[in-house]
Design a protein around this ligand. Structure first.
Ligand code: 5RP
Length: 238
């Protein structure tokens, strides 16, 4: 049995356990994608410990927050990746047993999807509350939209059946200078189809539905971890 850090308990202990397990996947001399969020923050901390013990890696960060935290802890963060990304480790707001996810609670979904789509292996680390065997959609879908004519983009999302709210009434800005609109589509019967349809709307920069972008789910469950392997289609991310 794995024991969580003594100083934390509950959901945080589960996040830390999942994160610690993911650190074991990191190999010397590789390039690692760092996601964003509180679960990834545990991963960064555990990774920094391995680096201080001699592990030599380079990382790509999916947000300014992640980059700042990683660099503070002595992790090398690069902006160009000539040889691609070997392993991406990220969190999720919801994930089903097929690896379909809702992401973007922290507003980093655009860079998270870019990094995931360039990665050879994608590992998603979550606490047990994030696994939704009956399907994703209770968490509203974050959608990054361009500022230009933003209200008309929101109207088009509402025409598709989403109940939409601009995050912080439009005051929230992503690292890319865009807005986030959080949309409730109810439980999503076909995540891939909805992802495609939303992506087709001019004005949408990226949608926080992620499909075919997960190889391994690591779930912290009380004092243990559970792993679910997911088979990805070779036909590309969509
Ligand atoms: C950020 C994300 C995060 O992965 C997601 O919000 C989960 O975060 P946390 O680990 O804090 O629950 O997609 O854009």
């Amino acid at each position: 049995m794995l024991l969580p850090d003594v100083s934390i308990e509950g959901i945080d202990a589960e996040k830390s356990l999942a994160a610690k397990e993911a650190v074991d996947l990191v190999k010397d001399g590789t390039v690692v994608g760092l996601g964003t969020g509180s679960t990834v923050a545990y991963f960064i901390k555990h990774l920094a410990e391995r680096i201080s013990d001699g592990l030599n890696i380079k990382c790509v960060a999916t947000s300014t927050d992640t980059k700042t935290m990683a660099r503070k802890l002595g992790i090398k963060v690069v902006e160009s990746i000539p040889d691609g990304i070997d392993l991406d480790v990220d969190g999720a707001d919801e994930i089903d047993l097929h690896g379909n996810m809702i992401k973007g609670g922290g507003g980093a979904l655009l860079r998270e999807k870019i990094v995931a789509s360039r990665s050879k292996k994608i590992c998603i680390i979550v606490d047990s509350s994030k696994l939704k065997s009956a399907g994703i959609g209770k968490f509203t879908v974050p959608i990054e939209i361009f500022p230009f004519l933003r209200n008309t983009t929101v109207e088009m999302l509402e025409d598709m059946g989403g109940k939409c709210a601009l995050r912080d009434n439009g005051a929230f800005k992503t690292d890319n200078g865009n807005h986030i609109v959080d949309c409730d589509f109810g439980i999503i019967a076909n995540p891939k189809l909805l992802e495609r349809k939303i992506k087709m709307i001019p004005g949408v920069a990226e949608v926080g539905i992620f499909t075919n972008l997960c190889d391994l789910i690591i779930i912290g469950e009380k004092n243990n971890v559970k792993k679910i392997e997911v088979k990805r289609s070779k036909r590309g991310i969509l």
